[in-house]
Design a protein around this ligand. Sequence first.
Ligand SMILES: Cc1cc2nc3c(=O)[nH]c(=O)nc-3n(C[C@H](O)[C@H](O)[C@H](O)COP(=O)(O)OP(=O)(O)OC[C@H]3O[C@@H](n4cnc5c(N)ncnc54)[C@H](O)[C@@H]3O)c2cc1C
Length: 275
Amino acid sequence: MSDRAERLAAVRTRREPPKFRHVAVRRVERLGPRMARLALGGQDLAGLAVELPGASVRLLIPSGGGDELVVPAWNGNEFLLPDGRRPTIRTFTPRHVDAANLELVLDVVIHGSGPASDWAVNARPGAPAAISGPGRGYVIDTDGPAFLLAGDETAIPAISQLLEVLAGSRVPVPVQVHIEVAHPDGRLPLPDHPHAKVEWWDLPPNAPTGEALFEAVRGSNFAPGTNVWAAGEAAAMQRIRRHLFEERGLPRAHATVRGYWKHGRTGDAEATADA
Ligand SMILES: Cc1cc2nc3c(=O)[nH]c(=O)nc-3n(C[C@H](O)[C@H](O)[C@H](O)COP(=O)(O)OP(=O)(O)OC[C@H]3O[C@@H](n4cnc5c(N)ncnc54)[C@H](O)[C@@H]3O)c2cc1C
């Protein structure tokens, strides 16, 4: 087999993501000027189970801002619409699943320049969408002495879940939380945790996304054995990864660092995520 044929064969072996489940918007609530909470519901949500915090789902929304939802087909490599165009699919954190009421809640950052963000601003009850997932979540190391959670606004839903789970541990351990907001209005109340120290960092004007978060992580002191979870803009996460592993010598098993979106690029930074 030629190199090209081998590469194509490798690409075509991608596992098909879970099927899309039809849902409709039930409620939209603004948690703040920069975050919309959407409750999605429908019979298709029966059996959707999200066991771990920090998991993901793919959200399919109508293309081109209309109200007609066409579910794409998996071609062995990617989802495509019948006319060959790429559907509008973005990844979000399943913030709450209410199995009894067949409801899923997503918190969507209103960043002002993307189809999902725009859709969340304008969505009305009854608007159609579809969900596929869940993708991998975070397995909490219950023996760890402490946690450091870091992220930008897109990570607030996952960080909130992690705080809830950590607060419910038999013996809650100290947690440092660092969150960068693109605008001071991005600050939101977080779940209570008896030993959490939460610090919000404003992105200075003209600074690249993630700069304040990187400096916060670099300036933080944490005990050996601390588990680090971080998510946000991909290049910023790459800097944080390098700092943790190369400068601090943090064992790889103690860190989960996920790129959630890419500056200047549409779609999420984990196009291959198994959501
Ligand atoms: C596992 C996972 C979990 C995620 N969970 C959440 C979540 O719970 N809530 C959430 O809001 N997002 C979450 N995200 C991030 C979300 O998928 C991306 O922000 C996505 O790009 C938004 O789609 P969009 O259509 O609004 O913008 P796109 O069309 O993807 O992007 C348009 C432009 O906006 C920029 N952009 C995208 N996101 C942002 C942002 N947040 N701030 C500033 N500029 C941005 C892009 O660089 C691009 O230039 C998650 C991503 C992953 C991989």
